[in-house]
Write a protein that binds this ligand. Structure first.
Ligand SMILES: [Zn+2]
Length: 301
């Protein structure tokens, strides 16, 4: 998986910082997650191929997560897009976008589908042969979902030297990768375990923004490879976190620790802080694998 941070700040676009958007690449599929103002510019700056985005996931309808969406949809039209575009987001997103398209007489000439969400339980949104995407219900000032991207377990790894040693015909290699026992050229049954190894453990990415400290998500995101968790505030401003339904860096780290994820990425920083390293320092007091999101930064995992 390759994660590119297009924007990772809260509230307003500023001279050197962008509101929230990121793009996740899995097996040549590009999934756009949130779409604050400036997303198009950052897609270009980071050389992301626009046309490969088929699925956009919007966590909630606050402006710093969604005000770039109508512009992007309109640009796709100007670029003469033909491929389908699927937008997943809270109920109301269809009304917002279609009203703007209607009054600006800018209907898309490509198929545009809205998948509106209003449930409070995790829901499977997307599935293909390699990956699933499901909602992670969060607790914020308005209806909000995070998203969990999970690779499916791959085929078993063929130990080619062993397969040759046991005199197995090449035509049976596919069955071996599927975990089946096979018969060798000299008529013996060869147990699968002798000639294959376990596949790579599937990776997962949990995106959790925006939310108050909400341990109810822990079972669902358990042992994720990477957790992106919002940390709008530092503990010094903890009194602001609860009423605005945001988290501190320490609280993000507590979620990461409870869920035993491999790596925590912090983001959605309030622009009141000059030095984002303070977020990392605070989170490291609780959890030892912490990275900072930064606009334009890429994570491979
Ligand atoms: Zn918000």
């Amino acid at each position: 998986m390759k994660l590119t941070i297009l924007g990772c700040y809260a509230a307003t676009p500023r001279t050197f910082t962008n509101p929230t958007s990121q793009v996740l690449e899995i097996n040549n599929h590009l999934f756009l997650i949130d779409c604050g103002e400036g997303t198009q510019v950052e897609l270009r700056r980071n050389k992301v191929k626009f046309s490969n985005i088929r699925h956009i996931f919007i966590s909630h309808l606050h402006g710093d997560h969604s005000y770039g969406l109508v512009g992007l949809i309109s640009t796709f039209r100007l670029l003469k897009r033909e491929a389908e575009l699927h937008v997943y987001g809270p109920k109301g997103i269809r009304e917002i976008i279609t009203l703007q398209l209607k009054l600006s007489n800018s209907w898309t000439n490509y198929p545009l589908y809205f998948h509106e969400l209003e449930g409070k339980e995790p829901k499977l949104l997307y599935e293909d042969d390699k990956v699933t995407v499901e909602t992670v219900p969060l607790k914020h000032r308005i209806y909000t979902n995070g998203f969990l991207f999970k690779e499916k377990i791959g085929p078993r790894k063929l130990l080619i030297n062993k397969a040759v040693e046991y005199n197995i015909d090449v035509s049976l290699y596919k069955s071996l990768k599927l975990g089946k026992d096979v018969e060798s050229n000299d008529g013996k049954t060869i147990p699968n375990k002798l000639v294959t190894a376990d596949p790579e453990p599937p990776k997962s990415y949990a995106y959790c923004s925006d939310t108050v400290y909400y341990p109810e998500i822990v079972p669902q995101i358990k042992e994720a490879t990477v957790l992106y968790h919002e940390s709008t505030f530092l503990e010094v401003n903890q009194e602001l976190a609860e009423p605005t339904r945001h988290s501190t860096a320490k609280q993000a780290a507590m979620i990461a620790k409870q869920a035993r994820v491999k790596t925590l990425i912090l983001g959605h920083y309030s622009t009141r802080y000059g030095n984002i390293n303070l977020f990392k320092e605070e989170a490291l007091t609780v959890f030892d694998s912490v990275q900072l999101a930064e606009d334009g930064k890429t994570f491979n995992f």
